[in-house]
Design a protein around this ligand. Structure first.
Ligand code: AMP
Ligand code: TRP
Length: 327
């Protein structure tokens, strides 16, 4: 079976874009998958250490609440398997500064900053180390991460060419609908965790009333037709994608169903569907958050399982690159 690995950063609240693009699919195909709260990736921009700790716990709890089951998959915290930093160094000597500077996320996050950490540039190499450490075949992510997975492929291929066949070359998988969920207030920009647009971002833990209010005030267009056309009708298309994923109904069927209903009725249906889609996660979250010791036990088991896979890969890598064995 193809091995799945993916990660999510503990920065800001998980939103419906994360859920549709990534986490919901992890849950659906979780058997033998490896999923990771990537705390080391959350350190590239200025941050507060106490927040990093609490957000790591919060996000791991939310992943369990979303339906990841430690009996079926491996859930762990990235820094609990520290050899990922060793593999990052080794891959740093294979990746080039030129290819890292070309990454869209680096350009966006670094743009206009007076000073940029070396970690921000190196971020995709750490991500490549994550993926390659666990002999990953498939990386379920949203569209914004596909460029980083392409880089991972390039680095792994170059490594294998230089040092002999050592690393599994992975590929990204993105969902057919909802690979890039847009901000409800600004439907040409992706929904994101930054707090710039709270009304445009539906959080997984939002109360039903808040979800309904955000959907009802979503920006659409002056037309009345419910039709999927990302260029001409970005707002309506985004709502159609959300409704499709939340109900499991293909977009063309929804276009037919809501063709003449008007935007008010359509938005009402989207709001109701999202409330139901997110309800089980919100309800389980409260329960799980009450028992942090249980979470710590799950994460320890996850780290031990991840560590076993990682150490076998590192033995191969160290030998391939010419590091002297310790025993
Ligand atoms: P991050 O929160 O940046 O760690 O992202 C975690 C996962 O959510 C990654 O696979 C992203 O590609 C995915 N993701 C983030 N934002 C969106 C979005 N607006 N639409 C779809 N997927 C997203
Ligand atoms: N960079 C990813 C993001 O911002 C998170 C991530 C880190 C990741 N390591 C990964 C995703 C490995 C997939 C596989 O969303």
């Amino acid at each position: 079976m193809a091995r799945q690995f993916s990660g999510i950063k503990p920065t800001g609240e998980m939103h419906v874009g994360n859920y549709v693009g990534a986490v919901g699919r992890w849950v659906d195909q979780q058997d033998d998958g490896i999923f990771c709260v990537v705390d080391l990736h959350a350190m590239t921009m200025p941050y507060d250490p106490a927040d990093l700790r609490s957000e790591t716990v919060r996000l791991a709890t939310l992943l369990l609440a979303s339906g990841l089951d430690p009996q079926r998959c491996t859930l762990f915290v990235q820094s609990h398997v520290p050899v990922v930093a060793e593999l990052t160094w080794i891959l740093n000597c294979v990746a080039t500064v030129g290819e890292l500077r070309r990454m869209t996320q680096f350009k966006e996050k670094g743009d206009g900053q007076e000073s940029v950490s070396a970690g921000l540039l190196d971020y995709p190499v750490l991500m490549a180390a994550d993926i390659l450490l666990y002999d990953t075949d498939e990386v379920p992510v949203g569209e914004d991460q596909t460029q980083h997975v392409e880089l991972t492929r390039d680095v792994a291929t170059r490594f294998n060419h230089r040092f002999g066949d050592t690393l599994v070359v992975p590929k990204a998988t993105v969902p057919p609908v909802g690979a890039r969920i847009k901000d409800l207030q600004n439907p040409t920009a992706k929904m994101s965790k930054s707090l710039e647009s709270p009304q445009g971002t539906i959080l997984v833990l939002d109360e039903p009333k808040a979800i309904t209010k955000k959907v009802k005030s979503a920006v659409t267009d002056s037309d009345t037709e419910v039709r999927y056309d990302v260029e001409a009708k970005p707002g309506v298309s985004n709502l159609l994608a959300l409704l499709s994923v939340a109900t499991g109904t293909p977009v063309p069927d929804l276009e037919t169903e809501y063709a003449t209903s008007g935007y008010g009725t359509f938005k009402g249906a989207v709001a109701d569907a999202l409330v139901e889609y997110l309800r089980p996660t919100r309800e389980r979250y409260a329960e799980l958050a009450a028992d942090p010791a249980e979470l710590a036990r799950f994460l320890a088991v996850g780290a031990a399982r991840a560590e076993a896979i990682a150490s076998a890969t590192m033995d191969r890598v160290r030998t391939a690159v010419g590091l002297l064995a310790t025993r």
